[in-house]
Design a protein around this ligand. Structure first.
Ligand SMILES: C[S@@+](CC[C@H](N)C(=O)[O-])C[C@H]1O[C@@H](n2cnc3c(N)ncnc32)[C@H](O)[C@@H]1O
Length: 274
């Protein structure tokens, strides 16, 4: 088993619980709406879900008529994903691969995917932003890359607003390290601008957009209220309305960056053809 898989193997139950919480549901609803602005209504896409975990997003994409390859280093996550795919009747549209995202089987690394997702994985990769060329390499010309990760600007605000601790907030200004209790891991927080700069510096991507996920929810300390259907519905409307709205994406709990890989001709005319 891969080393990075072991700590994730132990967290499958916590993960499933989190996914059904109001804040977990908001994470998936808003991310899906943003991805839909690029691929909504299309089917028959070849999708690569890197670090796809227990398969929530992969299975939705498979249900929409796409062929999905889910890669994860955790055998336990893959077991859950495969069971969920069976239950949803989409196993024939899915392939499960136990691998490190930076040591992909050749057929995937040199594949030609229409969509590559790297959702809440970048923060665990020791290579950080340096991992971006390898994880975007499997994209076809015109393919869509979506990356989600923790926004480092949100953490001091969470300390002040949720935990009412200005001293902690002061200490967290500029901090990039974060401890995940769920996954018993140290991870790295990034600013969306760093990722956008790295993606744009390759010269391979256009149509790059920055979204915020949970622009408001994490700064409402009254978590109990969020389980109330009426409150949740109002919160979801607020989050969907603010995800792409300046300046709220800059302080959201998570950032999502989506870009389209240019065609080979466009890349060559810009001098970056691979
Ligand atoms: C926070 S979960 C995210 C799962 C899914 N993408 C989502 O957003 O629901 C992180 C996942 O990445 C996987 N992972 C972490 N590091 C990895 C690596 N180096 N290679 C492959 N998978 C990795 C973990 O096993 C875990 O399933």
């Amino acid at each position: 088993m891969y080393e990075s898989g072991s700590k994730f193997d132990k967290s499958v139950d916590a993960r499933a619980h989190w996914q059904s919480s109001p804040w977990g549901r908001l994470r998936y609803t808003v991310a899906r709406a943003n991805l839909d602005t690029y691929v909504g209504g299309r089917s028959g896409l070849r999708v690569l879900d890197l670090g796809g975990g227990d398969g929530l997003e992969s299975i939705l994409l498979a249900r929409n008529g796409n062929q999905v390859t889910l890669v994860d280093s955790s055998p336990a996550m893959l077991d859950i994903a495969s069971g969920r795919a069976d239950a949803a009747g989409v196993s024939a549209s899915m392939t499960f691969v136990n691998s490190e995202v930076l040591d992909l089987p050749r057929s995937i690394a040199t594949g030609s995917f229409d969509v590559v997702l790297l959702h809440n994985v970048l923060q665990y990769l020791p290579q950080g932003i340096g991992a971006l060329p390898a994880v975007t390499a499997p994209l076809a010309d015109g393919g869509i890359f979506s990356v989600i990760s923790i926004n480092k600007f949100s953490e001091p605000i969470a300390a002040a607003a949720r935990r009412a601790d200005p001293t902690e907030a002061l200490n967290l200004l500029g901090e990039s390290r974060y401890r995940s209790v769920t996954f018993d891991s140290d991870l790295t927080m990034f600013a969306a601008g760093d990722i956008i700069d790295a993606i744009e510096a390759t010269g391979d991507f256009g149509d790059v957009n920055h979204y915020g996920i949970r622009c408001f929810s994490d700064f409402i300390a009254a978590d109990d209220e969020k389980w109330d259907p009426e409150f949740y519905s109002a919160l979801e409307a607020l989050e969907l309305a603010s995800t792409a709205r300046w300046p709220y994406m800059h302080t959201a709990r998570l950032f999502q960056i989506i870009g389209r890989r240019a065609s080979k001709d466009a890349r060559q005319s810009r001098g970056s053809g691979r």
